[in-house]
Write a protein that binds this ligand. Structure first.
Ligand SMILES: [Zn+2]
Length: 379
């Protein structure tokens, strides 16, 4: 029925916040009506609780910790940086011990991905959050951080002396030799992660704070499983030590992506100018579709109406335990994870091995894990 009451008229009945019962509702979070301030507290508390349970908040008597925050200019990492920066400023204003300092890392992937060069954005970010240390590393520099492009798996395509090429060109060659868009996206993600882990290790960071939301972690759970990497899920999605003993934490794991989006637009000033993330769209051809892209689209729709499904996927993967490894376990040449006995994938690995033989004709089934064999495997 049409109404004659103007939207801002006094006659409009305001729904009050379900927590403070004083301010007007700004948004509905999982059926709860919240005002701006209570929503801000909701987000902040979820983040700080995660730091607390991982003993990273740093008490008065604790030595100051160094925490690495990889920033990609997606909504999650920007919100994470903002919340942590706010907490540090609040502590400083109250004359309290900081507890931790932040190192911000940006991995420049412009050699292999079409993206706007974010260097201007990075300068703006430094201006807004000036009290942290910023570093930019290019993706191809992963070779200076323990990734060996001469190893089989990478080198199979470069056996003809192309190792004399510069790093960006070699990386482009490796990617273009991969069989599908999914494999290329997978390889880029693996190299980016290895670079971040190695950077944290080299710079004696106590933990890496990844910005993954509940939604992102649920996407990862299903897409890594589809890519044959389910065995690595505890290392890729759980708080704690990853396979190389670097500590990782996911402080946004209890927040949905849409909640982070809402948060980014209500801060003052808003964080939206820092967010580069392209809206989810269908790739122009099915050839360019990736498993990760499909998962993103799927969860984008699920989280709107069924947020509990998203949380459930993550809770289920949280019950997985990292496979036990002993000292002699080989690390995979590509992803760096230990190669554990994956008998369920054994037949496929064996049949794939001859196709992965290097120029000397020897197979290298034992140097790659099952997931990476599938990534580089050409039918
Ligand atoms: Zn691997």
């Amino acid at each position: 029925m049409p109404t004659t009451v103007a939207p801002n008229s006094r006659e409009r009945v305001a729904v009050l916040c379900a927590r403070c019962h004083a301010a007007e509702t700004a948004l509905v979070v999982r059926t709860e009506h919240l005002c701006r301030e209570c929503f801000t507290k909701y987000v902040t508390n979820k983040v700080l609780k995660r730091l607390e349970s991982n003993k990273l908040r740093g008490g008065f008597k604790d030595p100051q910790k160094t925490l690495l925050v990889p920033v990609s200019f997606g909504v999650s990492s920007i919100v994470l940086l903002h919340v942590l920066d706010q907490q540090l400023s609040n502590r400083a204003e109250a004359g309290r011990h900081a507890g931790y300092n932040l190192r911000i890392l940006f991995v420049d992937q412009s050699a292999v991905l079409e993206q706007v060069s974010p260097h201007d954005l990075l300068n703006l970010l430094k201006q807004r959050y000036p009290s942290h240390t910023y570093t930019v590393v290019s993706l191809e520099d992963c070779c200076d951080y323990g990734v060996d492009f001469d190893k089989p798996g990478f080198a199979g395509t470069l056996a003809d002396g192309r190792s004399a090429l510069d790093k960006p060109t070699r990386l482009k060659h490796i990617l273009s030799s991969l069989p599908s868009a999914t494999s290329r996206a997978d390889m880029i993600e693996i190299l980016r992660r290895r670079l971040i882990l190695a950077f944290a290790h080299r710079n004696a960071c106590d933990s890496i704070l990844f910005g993954d939301s509940t939604t992102r972690l649920a996407e990862k759970t299903l897409s890594e499983t589809a890519k044959g990497r389910a065995i690595a899920l505890p290392w890729l999605t759980a708080d704690g030590s990853s396979s190389d003993a670097t500590n990782s934490t996911y402080p946004l794991r209890d927040l949905l992506r849409k909640e982070l989006g809402a948060y980014a637009s209500i801060t003052s000033p808003p964080l939206t100018p820092f967010i580069l993330q392209a809206p989810v769209q269908m790739p122009t051809s099915s050839k360019e579709a990736t498993i990760d892209g499909l998962m993103t689209q799927y969860f984008e729709s699920v989280e709107q109406n069924y947020p509990s499904i998203v949380a459930n996927v993550l809770r289920t993967s949280g019950r997985l335990v990292a496979p036990s490894t002993s000292e002699g376990t080989n690390a995979c040449a590509i992803c760096g994870h230990p190669i554990v006995n994956e008998s369920w994938g054994g037949d496929q690995v064996d049949s794939a091995a001859p196709q992965l033989a290097d120029s000397n004709g020897s197979g290298h089934g034992k140097e790659l894990c099952y997931g990476c064999v599938r990534t580089v495997w050409k039918d």
